[in-house]
Design a protein around this ligand. Structure first.
Ligand SMILES: [Zn+2]
Length: 261
């Protein structure tokens, strides 16, 4: 699959049209965003890896907010068991490639931006190429190998990486900014042993929604330079207790990805 509208690249930073000013009005009137912030979002290029439980809310909100270029990749097709949490996809989409299904919903939501769907699975060979050309990478994967590969590729190329993870009624989020705090591997040295993980893991759709919207807000803060990021802070959410807990996390000098040793 290739990009959709090559013409949109022109004039990305030439200001906002009357239609865009109306579309983003409720964002523009906030002093933290304003027209300058909206232009930063319009100039932003974000890659979302995965269009499932986390990718759905991340992509909906970034698309609605007017991020100028949004890439997304998913190698899977829509299955009936996805629909309980992957709200980008609908019953008539069963069997359809998720990247196509996602593109249809997102382009209907906001035709003003450039959407770049891809059907690739992340691996060591293609990770560097996949993330090239983007300013920020969002972790909406459902597997540990892809997450470690993306973390490493982002550290190598100096790109921020917004992590999100969900399991059952629990979720977590952390923003990795190379050179400013720990990377994913500093905090999680190795993936949990396969026998420690249920197959498939259960997950509440609403928890994916909560963590995904936190990730989307982190991307908007990264692009506009506003607020305090989840850098060096692992946010943990427990939907059963309705509690948010924050743990300070530090760079590991022995980290195989970003460590000095
Ligand atoms: Zn590290």
């Amino acid at each position: 699959m290739s990009s959709i509208d090559d013409g949109i690249d022109e004039g990305l930073n030439e200001g906002l049209s009357a239609k865009e000013k109306q579309r983003y009005h409720r964002q523009l009137i906030m002093s933290e965003i304003g027209e300058a912030g909206q232009l930063m979002l319009k100039g932003g290029k974000v890659l979302v890896v995965g269009t499932g439980g986390l990718g759905s809310p991340v992509l909906y909100y970034l698309t609605a907010a007017g991020i100028g270029t949004i890439g997304f990749t998913d190698y899977d097709s829509v299955d009936l068991s996805n629909l309980q949490r992957q709200v980008l996809h609908r019953t008539p989409d069963l069997g359809k490639p998720k990247a196509v299904s996602a593109f249809e919903k997102l382009s209907a939501l906001n035709p003003e931006i450039r959407l770049v769907p891809a059907g690739e699975r992340v691996d060591r060979e293609n990770a560097g190429h996949l993330i090239s050309g983007y300013d920020v990478v969002v972790d909406c994967t459902d597997n540990f190998p892809a997450r470690y590969i993306l973390n490493e590729a982002c550290i190598k190329s100096g790109k921020p990486f917004v992590h999100g993870g969900i399991l059952g009624f629990f979720g977590q989020a952390m923003t990795i900014v190379p050179g400013k705090g720990p990377c994913f591997q500093c905090v999680f040295r190795e993936p949990p042993p396969p026998e420690a993980m249920p197959h498939p893991p259960g997950v509440l759709g609403a928890v994916a929604g909560t963590i995904g919207t936190i990730q989307a807000a982190e991307v908007i803060k990264l692009l506009t330079g506003r607020g305090r990021l989840l850098t060096g802070r692992l946010l943990m959410y427990d939907a059963l207790e309705v509690s948010f807990r924050e743990v300070e996390v530090k760079p590991d000098s022995d980290c195989q990805v970003c460590g000095k040793n």
